[in-house]
Design a protein around this ligand. Structure first.
Ligand SMILES: [Zn+2]
Length: 501
């Protein structure tokens, strides 16, 4: 498990204190790529050398310096005292010195007789990334106000779509699944939306956020992907590099649980906390789904069903595709078996109906299901497309031709915007991600063809060439993937003399 690294971020308000700055993180970033967030980043050893006045604690001075430096690096806003004298051109030249590594932040400030003042940074607490993430930060947040006459701009590639947004509007965009945000950003925006009406009370916002961070010890295990979709990563014995399987809770007044993936009591406890809150607010669970047969996608569903029955007298059906039910016969007792696509009607927080389309999407597994909230354009791609790692197509359960057809169908879903798979984080650009998957497979396919033309015959021989240099632990999966490609090429009639088994 990765140890969290210290980081700091700024919740930057516009000079009239009515709007907050947010920006979209570059989709290529491993940590929350494509998510909207604030300026910030990890602490640098040089951050100790910045002058921060009115703060007795060295640790806090270091965090303030980090927050200010990151904000300057990312959006060009210099949160310093005595900075009014600098022209825009001078700030740009300072920025260049910092980014190019010519001078550390502290030295730049000294040279220009600038300093940081702790009074300009209202601490709102810290949030630690839970251990389901391969990259973890303990991030300390501060509210600051953008000095007038400074305009944030895209100063480096890490952040784009930079804008000051009304907090209530920001909340609305997240709510309807237009943007993805991580929990600390959601909490901050929510609090600012409350304090901005009728006019922003920064001190009160910071105090409330600090209390909330302290109360939860700066850690939440689930992520609200929009106003009616919760992702809860549960620790499972899954394929590396993943360590968790995402369980999803869709809807509120009437909700469904998808893949209660772990039967471990401490993991189930986290799930119970979420569903209990929904039930106690008047919600009812309409179904517990198992997306497909693989063991890292079930294990807690029977316990969860029992939980609903014993605690609330609520009989909730276990639902899966008939092929999954057949494969798990004796292991999972399904109440409803689906034969193809289906639609479930769920209810949101206001009690309004919305559709959850359950899609039969074979390829990775014969009975594999995906789930689509068409109104929000949000697809739960489960094991077909992942936020991290790669999808294993393992014949005969997996089939490459069927899988590629399924990917094409998923990409063509009407209104598709975002997706989240069973492992890793949510993806803002679903169409782009699925296209990437299709291209990647077709690229592999041409490599397999080349390997065969070069004389490779068995799946091992093909894997030896196509997956050269792969981690030894992943080798058996490479052989199965090669077998899947060989099988597909044989089905397409393009192969002679190879051994697809
Ligand atoms: Zn699977």
């Amino acid at each position: 498990m990765a140890e969290p690294r210290d980081a700091a971020a700024v919740i930057l308000l516009s000079d009239d204190q009515r709007k907050v700055l947010w920006a979209r993180r570059n989709p290529a970033l491993r940590f929350l790529g494509g998510f909207h967030g604030f300026t910030g980043g990890k602490v640098d050893p040089q951050d100790d050398r910045c002058e921060v006045r009115n703060e007795p604690e060295s640790e806090m001075r270091r965090l303030i310096a980090c927050a200010a430096r990151e904000t300057f690096e990312e959006v060009g806003v210099l949160l310093v005292r005595n900075g009014e004298k600098l022209t825009r051109g001078q700030r740009a030249s300072l920025h260049d010195d910092l980014i190019s590594g010519r001078e550390p932040f502290g030295a730049i400030l000294d040279y220009w007789d600038l300093w940081l003042d702790a009074e300009d940074f209202h601490y709102t607490g810290q949030w630690t990334t839970p251990d389901f993430s391969p990259i973890r930060f303990k991030t300390h947040f501060f509210i600051s106000v953008c000095p007038s006459r400074q305009e944030p701009y895209q100063a480096i590639d890490e952040l784009g779509h930079i804008e000051f947004v009304n907090p209530a509007l920001a909340l609305e965009r997240w709510s309807s699944s237009d943007v993805l945000i991580a929990p600390p950003v959601l909490f901050s925006v929510r609090e600012l939306a409350l304090q901005a009406d009728p006019s922003m009370d920064i001190v009160r916002a910071a105090r409330n956020l600090l209390a909330f961070s302290a109360e939860t010890e700066g850690m939440v295990f689930h992520m609200d992907l929009n106003s009616r979709l919760v992702m809860l990563p549960m620790r499972t014995r899954t394929l590396p590099p993943a360590t968790h399987t995402n369980c999803f809770i869709v809807g509120q007044r009437r909700f469904a649980v998808i893949d209660a993936a772990s039967g471990d009591p401490s993991e189930l406890e986290k799930l119970y906390r979420i569903v209990d809150q929904l039930v106690e607010a008047g919600g009812e669970c309409g179904a517990i789904f198992v997306s497909h047969l693989h063991p890292d996608h079930h294990g807690g569903e029977a316990e969860l069903k029992k939980h609903f029955l014993e605690k609330y007298g609520m009989a909730v059906p276990l639902v899966g595709h008939e092929l999954t039910a057949e494969a798990l016969d004796g292991l999972v007792s399904f109440d409803e078996r689906l034969h193809g696509d289906d639609t479930y009607i769920l209810k949101d927080n206001e009690g309004a109906d919305f559709r959850l389309d359950v899609l039969h999407t074979p390829g990775h597994a014969r009975g594999h299901l995906c789930f689509y909230d068409q109104q929000f354009g949000f697809l739960l791609s489960m094991d077909n497309v992942l936020g991290a790692g790669s999808v294993l197509i393992n014949p005969p359960e997996g089939n490459m031709t069927v899988y590629l057809e399924t990917l094409g169908r998923m990409r063509a879903l009407p209104g598709l915007r975002s997706l989240c798979g069973s492992h890793g984080q949510a993806v803002h650009d679903a169409v782009g991600k699925i296209s990437e998957y299709i291209d990647h497979r077709l690229e592999r396919e041409s490599m397999v063809k080349e390997a065969i033309e070069g004389g490779a015959r068995t799946a091992e021989e093909v894997a030896d060439i196509v997956y050269k240099g792969l981690d030894a632990a992943l080798w058996p999966f490479a052989v199965r993937s090669a077998a899947a490609h060989l099988e597909r090429l044989e089905e397409l009639g393009g192969l002679e003399g190879s051994d697809a088994a």
